[in-house]
Write a protein that binds this ligand. Structure first.
Ligand SMILES: C[S@@+](CC[C@H](N)C(=O)[O-])C[C@H]1O[C@@H](n2cnc3c(N)ncnc32)[C@H](O)[C@@H]1O
Length: 288
């Protein structure tokens, strides 16, 4: 595989311009497999938005050259971990995923009574609930806990800590999160306090921390990180799970699903659920 860093190309313009650009992507012979979405971002201002997720440099160049032919404003973001942090915006609307309602300070006066309400402020850590991968993990987890509970939960790449906090707030006796990014660990600890969740967070790469090892094995592991670390962590995740345990994987693009799945299927995991949201895939797998 060539070394290509996943990117997100965003193009904004009026409805007619954005739709014409989207049609041009569809009709371009080199962009047949390109994943993109088009949606109305602001009805009052007539702003439409295309999000494209090229998987090769060639596809990225092709998209850029097609979009350049239309009256749309194009920006490109590298979907590396560090830049994912910048995707957290302030003043975001609350997000509902299954029984979870993720909200910021500005919405604290409008909390539904029937949901598990989690307060997560937009800031320097990833995971306000607005990203397709976080929502996918919350939805997958919500479905799973309709049928059973998970006593011990590990969240690899915890960001704001949202997933471990959601687990702690829905009955898990132990919820541990790790993150490679120190500020995220600090924020996740603050979020655990704010949400009165008994979740612990440590600074670590992958599962490499004594607290993680001491508390293994886990019934459930969340890992919402990029495709490559998901692949390289497959064996560590298997080792950290009880037999029959569950892993919820996200952070992979749909186009990367096959290679991530292969790393887990070859270790005896079975796919239980797949959620596709935007260009992203969330996989629920069961350990042998
Ligand atoms: C996509 S965010 C997910 C955040 C949160 N779990 C969520 O679902 O919204 C990925 C997080 O994983 C962290 N990360 C990336 N590689 C990692 C690794 N090898 N070990 C631990 N954390 C990692 C990043 O710093 C980032 O906070």
């Amino acid at each position: 595989m060539t070394d290509y860093t996943p990117q997100q190309i965003v193009a904004r313009g009026g409805r007619l311009d954005a739709e014409a650009a989207a049609d041009a992507i569809d009709n371009h012979p080199g962009l047949e497999g390109a994943t993109y979405s088009i949606l109305e971002e602001d009805e009052d201002k007539n702003i439409w938005r295309i999000d494209a997720f090229p998987t090769t440099q060639q596809e990225s160049d092709g998209l850029a050259s097609v979009l350049a032919g239309y009256k749309v404003k194009v920006t490109t973001e590298v979907l590396a971990d560090a830049d994912w942090l910048a995707m957290a915006l302030s003043g975001l609307p609350p997000v509902k995923a299954g029984r979870f309602f993720v909200y910021g300070m500005h919405d604290r006066g409008r909390l539904p009574a029937s949901t598990v309400n989690l307060r997560i402020e937009a800031g320097a850590a990833f995971g306000t609930g607005h990203h397709g991968t976080t929502v996918g993990c919350l939805q997958a987890y919500d479905r799973l806990i309709k049928a059973r509970s998970f006593k011990k939960v590990l969240d690899v790449g915890a960001g704001t800590g949202l997933l471990a906090i959601a687990a702690a707030r829905t009955g898990s006796k132990l919820a541990v999160g790790t993150d490679i990014d120190k500020p995220s660990v600090r924020i996740a600890r603050e979020n655990a306090l704010v949400n009165q969740a008994n979740a612990k967070f440590v600074h670590a790469s992958g599962l490499g921390h004594r607290l993680v090892a001491d508390n293994a094995p886990y019934d459930l592991v969340f890992a919402n990180i990029l495709a490559r670390p998901l692949i390289s962590l497959a064996q560590d995740i298997k080792r950290a799970l009880v037999p029959g345990g569950t892993v919820i994987l996200s952070g992979l693009l749909r186009t990367q699903e096959r290679m991530v799945k292969a790393a887990y299927l070859s270790r005896g995991f079975r796919v239980k659920t797949r959620i596709h949201r935007d260009a992203w895939a969330t996989l629920v797998l069961q350990r042998p």
